[in-house]
Design a protein around this ligand. Structure first.
Ligand SMILES: *[C@@H]1O[C@H](CO)[C@@H](O)[C@H](O)[C@H]1NC(C)=O
Ligand SMILES: *[C@@H]1O[C@H](CO)[C@@H](O)[C@H](O)[C@H]1NC(C)=O
Ligand SMILES: *[C@@H]1O[C@H](CO)[C@@H](O)[C@H](O)[C@H]1NC(C)=O
Ligand SMILES: *[C@@H]1O[C@H](CO)[C@@H](O)[C@H](O)[C@H]1NC(C)=O
Ligand SMILES: *[C@@H]1O[C@H](CO)[C@@H](O)[C@H](O)[C@H]1NC(C)=O
Ligand SMILES: *[C@@H]1O[C@H](CO)[C@@H](O)[C@H](O)[C@H]1NC(C)=O
Ligand SMILES: *[C@@H]1O[C@H](CO)[C@@H](O)[C@H](O)[C@H]1NC(C)=O
Ligand SMILES: *[C@@H]1O[C@H](CO)[C@@H](O)[C@H](O)[C@H]1NC(C)=O
Ligand SMILES: *[C@@H]1O[C@H](CO)[C@@H](O)[C@H](O)[C@H]1NC(C)=O
Ligand SMILES: *[C@@H]1O[C@H](CO)[C@@H](O)[C@H](O)[C@H]1NC(C)=O
Ligand SMILES: *[C@@H]1O[C@H](CO)[C@@H](O)[C@H](O)[C@H]1NC(C)=O
Ligand SMILES: *[C@@H]1O[C@H](CO)[C@@H](O)[C@H](O)[C@H]1NC(C)=O
Length: 793
């Protein structure tokens, strides 16, 4: 045990205990008080309100109760506090009627379009606000996507931390522009569903949740990176995750919460637990968890233990927790409520549809809950909050569509007279508005708490029919029929189509990791049946998936086009039709790598399911690949991907030229100026965000139709950067405007101090390595025609 001092300042008591050979349990106490930096007026109001609360009321603020929303902090009428309504999830207000279902985070990332990502956040914020939700449980930056099988990767953005960081912060800025609090989740190292929570085995032994064992540098440069961007953008709250880190549960991990988040990043908001993710009272409170969800106060409330509630009185009475810590928790929770004016009379009431969709009942127009909430009236129930968001959803959907193959410019389809449509992902859903796992229907979103409830869903088949009223549109959407009665069924298509469209899908959900990277429902046989039928030498395959698929039919001579459509939300059919028929020129780029075979990916989930063992610590996931995930692994191990990270075709062509690199500073130091013992403003040391170099490039549309593309900048760190550093990392991107044929635009990339630093584990600081950086610019991670160099030290 030793006393040490973090560069960022606070005194830390660091007990270093070995857990898995090289992994240690680090501890950082005490939990730093919020200072209100950036939120001064709101912090003063929150402090004044906290000072008025008696202990029971403070317990109400920090422990959830049963109520109308997914998470509930009750109102305290004595002091005029209206309570907090927390609602799922990252792509829709799930528990509500008349709300939109937006594209998933993955789709937002595939646009590589900061403005569209921001607008998606704005529209989400408007809908949550309209329903009276104070907090949206999103966006997601964890899972980041370490393992390709991760069941929730699609809820987040990309396995690249730079792309995710920008998408995460733009989403937060959009949501919070509507005075809705964002909750960035899940913090941290939550990279698999399998054994995400503890289980009890046949011998009655509690087997603990998987432990993500992550070294300090990997933590900073990959998993913490996007959270830092989010905190910098003013993120109101963060959800601690289910998994353990170096064998300590995330919600009672003092290193990640007190240390990394509240000290190093200067986070001023509150940490809430994932639902049931709290595993202790005193430990979790002292380690930085501020709000317990879904909670349970104690006698008279629900039956699930929260460890908190009225037990907090015991912790205070026996001296294991101080009232000043409880005050800090309450202030952290109340500050965003005031900052976003959620105390104001104009803040919407909770729509009563929330109650019914949460399985509650209305008695005499008053919901049956024991605590007071900010309820609306029956007269304004079922508020329609969708506005014109369907247009934005359609636009993001087409902007996120990635064109992977287009032999002889078979796409866009001009005006085909005969269209054949195949596959169970094409027709209307047969499972109702709230069944993302249905066999027949479009895969517009995934499952679990991050899903949405459709008020309408435009299927690809419907959109194709509407777009081509005079064409012959024939279809077979029963995959079993197609693959078991091959010749007889498909031969009913007549006469020969101009184009055959095959719609495939992959389902993924919270609670389960993917077990195959193939599309579902005998997809390979479906494609082979179609292409070998002699009817379809011009076959276009469209996938709707939660991330990478392996595409065994990609080289099939009759597959002339391939489109990755991701999870684009309620306008899925229109979004894809807009691209197929050329109303929109595709500009989406893969936010991940597509491999030739599943075994080309590294860092698989760990799976000890069925292993007969009574070791509570059986589930260890060593992140030994460090920084080398997704394209960094393919680059480092020299594996050729089928379609690389950042790749995506257009109906036109672009050329890049005139790379200019200017370093803004001549006397840069390796380390940012130290802040001494101060807690930094949100985001961490402000010097990390200083722009140290600027890179520009000219982009010209060299084809015949208008279109946009996304120039990308990758940095190769100098050779004497310590440790295993990826050959190159994404450090800049920007989508051009829609350029007319022949038109040119100059794109600018800003390199911040952080972008050119590595995490120095010895100094516990970001450090710029000496030597020359390779600056690589192009239109994908493997097509980088322009290069230059920049040196800081
Ligand atoms: C994790 O790493 C430690 C050594 O660093 C090793 O003892 C342990 O077996 C590893 N666990 C797994 C599941 O690979
Ligand atoms: C986990 O152990 C590694 C040492 O291998 C250390 O660098 C890291 O900070 C530890 N993380 C936590 C959360 O304790
Ligand atoms: C937080 O503030 C209280 C006073 O309100 C003080 O007693 C306590 O020591 C502070 N805690 C820390 C970690 O600075
Ligand atoms: C705290 O305030 C509540 C009203 O909000 C009241 O019902 C309760 O009795 C008070 N508790 C104490 C210990 O004063
Ligand atoms: C309070 O602690 C006791 C054990 O000390 C536990 O049984 C109970 O469930 C806890 N209360 C709540 C609300 O979790
Ligand atoms: C205080 O009470 C809690 C709950 O019963 C218990 O977990 C903790 O160990 C106690 N602490 C002390 C110092 O007695
Ligand atoms: C507060 O509410 C009033 C109406 O009740 C409105 O006029 C005012 O703009 C609101 N202020 C803020 C900051 O939202
Ligand atoms: C593409 O065009 C080339 C040259 O015209 C032709 O040889 C080839 O058969 C075409 N491929 C397809 C799939 O139509
Ligand atoms: C984990 O292993 C079990 C037992 O072998 C298997 O049924 C399950 O599909 C595996 N999970 C994943 C995600 O591979
Ligand atoms: C695949 O097709 C076989 C029959 O060929 C059928 O038994 C099986 O259920 C199908 N699997 C799926 C996932 O549709
Ligand atoms: C492609 O279509 C041609 C002509 O119908 C057929 O002969 C050939 O077998 C097909 N190839 C595949 C791989 O299905
Ligand atoms: C060098 O650093 C000093 C202090 O950090 C700063 O004021 C000055 O502008 C810098 N000079 C140049 C040329 O960047």
């Amino acid at each position: 045990m030793r006393w040490t001092s973090l560069a960022a300042g606070a005194c830390v008591f660091s007990a270093v205990q070995l857990v898995q050979s090289q992994y240690v349990e680090e501890t950082v106490y005490p939990s730093p008080n919020a200072t209100g930096t950036g939120w001064e007026d709101a912090f003063a109001k929150a402090s004044a309100l906290t000072a008025q609360l008696n202990l029971t009321e403070k317990i109400f603020v920090v422990t959830g109760v049963q109520g109308p929303c997914v998470g509930n902090i009750p109102a305290i009428p004595r002091v005029g506090f209206k309570g907090l309504c927390l609602q799922d999830g990252p792509l829709a207000i799930r528990q509500a009627s008349y709300a939109s279902v937006f594209p998933a985070g993955l789709s937002a990332a595939a646009t590589w379009d900061r403005e569209l990502i921001y607008q998606r956040g704005v529209a989400l914020g408007q809908e949550f606000r309209g329903k009276g939700a104070n907090v949206i449980l999103g966006p997601v930056a964890g899972p980041l996507g370490r393992s390709v099988e991760g069941g929730r990767n699609w809820e987040g953005f990309s396995p690249d931390p730079y792309l995710t960081g920008i998408a995460f912060s733009k989403t937060i800025e959009g949501i919070q522009s509507q005075n809705v609090q964002a909750c960035g989740k899940h913090y941290i190292g939550y990279e698999q569903e399998t054994q995400r929570n503890p289980t009890v085995n046949a011998d009655g032994v509690t087997i603990e949740a998987v432990s993500s064992n992550i070294d300090d540098r990997t933590m900073h440069e990959l998993y913490l990176w996007p959270f830092a961007d989010g905190v910098k953008s003013g993120l109101a709250s963060i959800m601690c995750s289910y998994n353990r880190l170096n064998e300590t549960y995330a919600c009672q991990n003092s290193k990640t919460q007190n240390g990394l988040l509240k000290t190093e990043l200067g986070f001023q908001g509150y940490v809430m637990s994932d639902w049931g993710g709290t595993h202790s009272g005193v430990d979790a409170i002292m380690s930085g968890e501020d709000m317990n969800m879904p909670g349970n106060l104690g006698p008279g409330d629900s039956t699930v233990s929260s460890y908190w509630g009225y037990n907090i009185t015991t912790f205070l009475n026996n001296g294991s927790v101080s009232e000043s810590r409880i005050d800090d928790m309450a202030r952290r929770i109340l500050t965003p409520y005031f900052y976003f004016h959620q105390d104001n009379d104009s803040w919407p009431t909770i729509d009563l549809d929330t109650v019914l969709l949460n399985g509650g009942i209305l008695r005499n127009n008053v919901p049956a809950y024991q605590h007071p909430f900010n309820f609306g009236n029956v007269s304004d129930m079922n508020r329609d909050v969708r506005a014109n968001h369907g247009d934005l959803i359609r636009q993001i959907g087409s902007a996120s569509t990635v064109l992977l193959k287009n032999v002889n410019n078979t796409l866009p389809l001009r005006s085909p007279k005969r269209i054949a449509v195949f596959g169970n992902a094409a027709p209307d859903s047969s499972g109702g508005p709230y069944d993302p796992e249905n066999e027949n229907g479009p895969q517009a979103v995934g499952g679990g708490s991050g899903t949405g409830r459709f008020t309408y869903l435009i299927s690809p088949l419907e959109a194709i029919k509407q777009r081509n009223p005079s064409a012959l549109v024939e279809y077979i959407t029963d995959n079993t029929l197609l693959t078991t009665q091959q010749s007889s069924t498909i031969s009913t298509i007549y006469p020969q189509p101009d184009v055959c469209l095959v719609f495939l899908k992959s389902f993924a959900t919270e609670g389960a990791d993917r077990t195959s990277l193939l599309c579902d429902y005998n997809s390979t046989e479906v494609v082979n049946t179609v292409t070998s039928s002699r009817l379809c030498p011009n076959t276009i395959v469209i996938t709707n998936s939660p991330g990478p698929n392996v595409l065994p039919w990609a080289d099939n001579e009759n597959v002339t086009g391939i489109i990755a459509g991701h999870y684009p939300g309620e306008q899925i059919g229109n979004s894809i039709a807009d691209v197929l028929f050329g109303d929109v020129n595709p500009s989406g780029k893969l936010p991940y790598t597509i491999a030739y075979q599943a075994s080309d990916y590294n860092a698989p989930i760990v799976n000890f399911t069925g292993v007969n063992n009574n070791d509570p610590n059986l589930w260890q996931s060593n992140f030994t690949e460090g920084l080398l995930i997704d394209y960094r692994h393919f680059d480092y191990s020299n594996i050729t991907p089928r379609y690389e990270f950042g790749f995506g075709l257009s109906y036109t062509t672009f050329s890049l030229s005139n790379l200019q690199i200017s370093s803004n500073a001549s006397n840069v130091t390796a380390y940012p100026p130290s802040l001494g013992s101060q807690i930094p403003p949100p985001g961490g040391n402000p010097a990390l965000y200083d722009i140290l170099a600027t890179v520009t490039v000219d982009v010209k549309n060299t084809g015949r139709v208008a279109g946009a593309t996304v120039p990308q900048l990758y940095l190769g760190f100098p050779p004497d950067t310590p440790g295993t550093t990826p050959p190159k990392v994404l450090r800049g991107f920007d989508k051009t405007s829609v350029l007319a044929a022949g038109q040119q635009e100059t794109i600018r990339f800003n390199l911040r101090r952080k972008d050119v630093s590595f995490w120095d584990v010895v100094r516990q600081e970001w450090a710029i390595p000496s030597g020359s950086f390779n600056v690589l610019v192009g239109q994908s991670s493997r097509e980088l025609p322009l290069s230059g160099e920049v040196t800081f030290l």
